[in-house]
Design a protein around this ligand. Structure first.
Ligand SMILES: *Cc1c(COP(=O)(O)O)cnc(C)c1O
Length: 371
């Protein structure tokens, strides 16, 4: 019987951090502050220091960060927002909930939005550009910011998978007007439930997000505008404050795991490894290879007890939710996304993996291709 190699290991993470987390929660229980307390404030300050950005607002999810962000840069009914078709559904859902239309631009072979395609999709209705730093790899922010300036279009970055990712020494999420992050349990900086945060250098936007997340209430009793319930729980913030201190280590371990994969699989003809470039600091939220006979390889690895995923098996416009709402898109116009979707496979890369486990995965991949 094969011992399985897990894709993520949240149980091990919780076990290792149990004492620290319980100590912190004990303190919180004594204070009895569960909504917008000290831990939330501390988390916001730590993130703005870490990312070198003026403002951070702690929210209940990355999706709400995107929704508020889009709304505050003025996205309204009928507007168009340019975004890639190969993201998690939350990116486009945020656009749709504002009555706006996601306009897809094809990606490059590194899976991230192609600036040339962005420019082709700009119309009079375009209101914003929403790149997604998929897998923890930065988009080509230099080119994207040039387009933003040329057409006077704000950029809102979906950095849900990319905390700590840098493009030319500057953190992603801080290039555009607004950066949106998720702390979902599967992200590199993860809570034990839903959580997210928005960053910006624009104080006015931050103030408005603070109102929106909390019923539009200012102070105690004055309601400035109608809002929502979208605060980050103080309990989740306490857990995130502990984990933020370990983030550098988590990223380093994931990068070391990636290097091991590169060393072991670098010579394979049937496998293309993730894009690397000296200006791109990849944090490896996921390690996505492009493999020939992907479905058979996935099955083979499954049989050997190795758990893999596909991020994502469907392009957003292939989903029923999209088809029910918008007219069908000419699928053929997205050659790169389409081609990638036949080949992408996410290998386990979590910080709890051993060298032996990664080597076993590589051996099984080589066995599959008889290489
Ligand atoms: C996780 C994720 C989101 C949504 O974040 P939640 O915190 O789950 O709402 C949005 N976009 C991308 C690319 C994601 O990976």
């Amino acid at each position: 019987m094969n011992k399985t190699i897990a894709y993520v290991n949240l149980v091990k993470q919780a076990k290792q951090e149990k004492k620290e987390i319980f100590d912190s929660l004990n303190k919180l229980f004594r204070d009895g502050q569960f909504i917008l307390g000290n831990e939330t404030k501390k988390f916001e300050n730590s993130i703005s220091n870490y990312l070198k950005v003026k403002e951070c607002v702690a929210l209940n999810s990355g999706t709400d960060a995107l929704t508020f962000g889009l709304s505050l840069i003025g996205v309204r009914k009928g507007d168009e927002v340019i975004t890639p078709p190969n993201s998690f559904i939350g990116s486009s859902a945020a656009i749709v909930h504002l009555g706006a239309i996601p306009i897809f631009a094809d990606v490059r072979v590194d899976q991230n939005i192609d600036p040339i395609e962005i420019e082709k999709k700009i119309t009079k209705k375009t209101k914003a550009i929403m790149p997604v730093h998929l897998s923890g790899l930065p988009c080509d922010m230099e080119k994207i910011m040039k387009i933003s300036k040329k057409y006077n279009l704000p950029v809102i970055e979906d950095a849900a998978q990319a905390i700590g990712t840098k493009y030319r020494e500057k953190f992603v999420g801080t290039y555009g007007e607004i950066g949106c992050f998720s702390a979902h349990p599967l992200k590199n900086l993860n809570a034990m439930g839903d959580a997210g945060y928005l960053v910006t250098n624009n104080k006015k936007i931050a103030e408005k997000v603070r109102l929106l997340r909390n019923h539009g209430i200012k102070g105690r009793d004055k309601v400035i505008s109608f809002g929502f319930v979208s605060r980050m729980d103080n309990v989740q913030a306490a857990i995130l404050n502990i984990r933020l201190k370990k983030l550098k280590g988590v990223i380093n371990t994931r990068r070391a795991n990636a290097r091991l994969y590169f060393r072991e699989l670098g010579k394979l003809k049937n496998v293309k490894l993730p894009y690397e470039n000296k200006n791109y600091f990849h944090t490896y939220h996921t390690f996505v290879i492009q493999a020939e006979n992907r479905n058979e390889l996935k099955k083979h690895l499954e049989q050997k007890g190795i758990s893999t995923k596909i991020h994502y098996p469907y392009l957003i416009f292939e989903q029923d939710a999209y088809k029910k709402r918008f007219k069908n898109i000419n699928y053929k116009k997205f050659p790169v996304s389409r081609e990638l979707n036949k080949k992408i496979l996410t290998l386990p890369i979590n910080q709890y993996m051993t060298v032996k486990e990664i080597k076993k995965i590589c051996i099984e991949i080589k066995n599959f291709y008889k290489d």
